[in-house]
Design a protein around this ligand. Structure first.
Ligand code: UD1
Length: 416
């Protein structure tokens, strides 16, 4: 199993190119199932989840022609309407094939995702929405078996905000009969990027980016060309790394307008931030100040940045409170940060962090994707060599993270 070895204590400087967003690429790849035409995607990140999604789509009969950062998808000859357990369990986003398969082919069998490290994460809202659109759904042998002659429009109000739930129902609705209204919809920029791609494919969608999305079903969709938006979580992760380690880093090919809550917190921590077009520069010359964080759906502070700010707070001046409101078990990184000497106490969904000047290197274990990122950041500011085990989590959702950090001056290497 591969590990990362990080020698702490080096400042970061230089430029780093931000990759396409994992959480936009995955739903958009599933959108290829909605048409017999060719969907050409650019700015696709090179990471395990994208490779897993390619394999899943290929198993279904989609022809995928991939170069490093682009791919063409052709779903003219889909013959397997199944997403098997071994794929869904490693990548929950595989649930996003459910809506497209059902609405175009009238049937889908998708494994229930089951539990994951950060909580129970049910998919009841996806299922309820599809039933409201006329689907018949049975849970059999751990699989969601959905059928429908043709889905029809419906007025659906989400009980709670779900990103992939919104995306799944939006994709189902584009080929349904009549008008679907999604209320209390997720406003995440990745939902908007998916809508932009669907509209380019001929879908009629209004309101993406607001909490009310209206979709008028059409008979068929056609192929299109779409460039995946930049990854705001990768952007945030590099900015926090630079704020924690100190230095001067510039992100290129990114977007500041979708990072407001994160940039505000970094400024509060003492970072100087300059935005210029698709570039964000961060300069940090002093020890960061502790900052309170409360996660909530977009545009509030993202849960996917919570762990990284925990690492920042661990070495900050002062104490901070971090409240996680989205996932009930997303503090798995805390135990590992404690092994590096971080002073963190947890009470329910709240963590209280007392910043200390110095962390001490240790061997730690990555537990989920963003937890891994927080350990990388902590390793970069710890004294000595930190070893991070189980980095396959990191490889799922970050493109060449150690190469990018090394180019900025971090002392980080992969070991077998
Ligand atoms: C997406 C992101 C993930 C991010 C999360 C929250 C992708 C591929 N993943 O995950 O990186 O951390 O949004 O921003 O885009 N819930 C239910 N029933 C449902 C669906 C969700 O109770 O049917 C609950 C979840 O357990 C959670 C909350 O709703 O407590 C939000 O989850 P959701 O937005 O659906 O997360 P994902 O879409 O899985």
């Amino acid at each position: 199993m591969q590990k990362l070895a990080i020698q702490g204590g080096y400042r970061l400087s230089g430029e780093v190119r931000i990759s396409g967003a994992k959480n936009a690429a995955l739903p958009i790849m599933c959108a290829s199932l909605l048409t017999a035409g060719e969907l050409q995607l650019g700015n696709l990140p090179d990471m395990h989840d994208v490779a897993t999604m390619v394999r899943l789509l290929e198993q279904m009969g989609v022809r995928v022609d991939r170069t490093l950062q682009a791919a063409t998808f052709n779903a003219a000859q889909v013959d397997q309407l199944v997403a098997p357990y071994d794929m869904v369990k490693t990548m929950r986003a595989a649930i996003l094939v459910l809506g497209p398969l059902l609405t175009r082919f009238g049937e889908a069998r998708v494994s229930l995702p089951g539990g994951c490290a950060i909580g129970t994460r049910p998919v009841d809202l996806h299922i309820k929405g599809l039933i409201a659109m006329g689907a018949e759904i049975h849970i059999e042998h751990g699989y969601i078996h959905a059928t429908a002659r043709r889905l029809h429009g419906a007025h659906i109000c989400f009980d709670m905000i779900s990103v992939t739930g919104t995306e799944n129902l939006m994709m189902a609705a584009v080929l349904a009969d009549g008008i679907t209204v999604l209320e209390n919809a997720a406003r995440e920029p990745e939902v908007v990027d998916l809508a932009i791609c669907l509209i380019a494919m001929g879908a009629k969608i209004e309101g993406a980016g607001s909490d009310k999305i209206t979709i008028e079903g059409v008979g068929t969709l056609h192929g299109a060309n779409h460039a995946v938006m930049p990854d705001r979580i990768e952007s945030g992760t590099f900015l926090v790394a630079a704020a924690a380690a100190g230095g001067h880093v510039t992100l290129t090919h990114t977007r500041a307008d979708i990072l407001d809550s994160v940039l505000d917190k970094l400024r509060e921590a003492g970072a100087k931030i300059d935005v210029n077009g698709d570039r964000i520069a961060l300069e940090m010359s002093a020890r960061p100040r502790a900052v309170n964080v409360r996660t909530a759906p977009y545009p509030a502070f993202p849960t996917d940045m919570q762990a990284q700010f925990m690492a920042l707070n661990a070495i900050a001046d002062g104490s901070a409170i971090v409240v996680e409101t989205i996932f009930e078990n997303r503090f798995m990184h805390v135990q590992e940060l404690q092994r590096l000497g971080a002073k963190i106490e947890i009470e329910g969904n709240t963590a209280v962090i007392q910043g200390c000047r110095q962390l001490d290197a240790a061997t730690v274990m990555a537990t989920d994707l963003r937890a891994s990122a927080s350990l990388v950041i902590a390793g970069m500011v710890a004294q000595g060599e930190t070893i991070i085990d189980r980095i396959y989590h990191l490889d799922r959702g970050y493109e060449h993270i150690e190469a990018k950090l090394s180019a900025l001056g971090a002392k980080i290497r992969r070991i077998n």
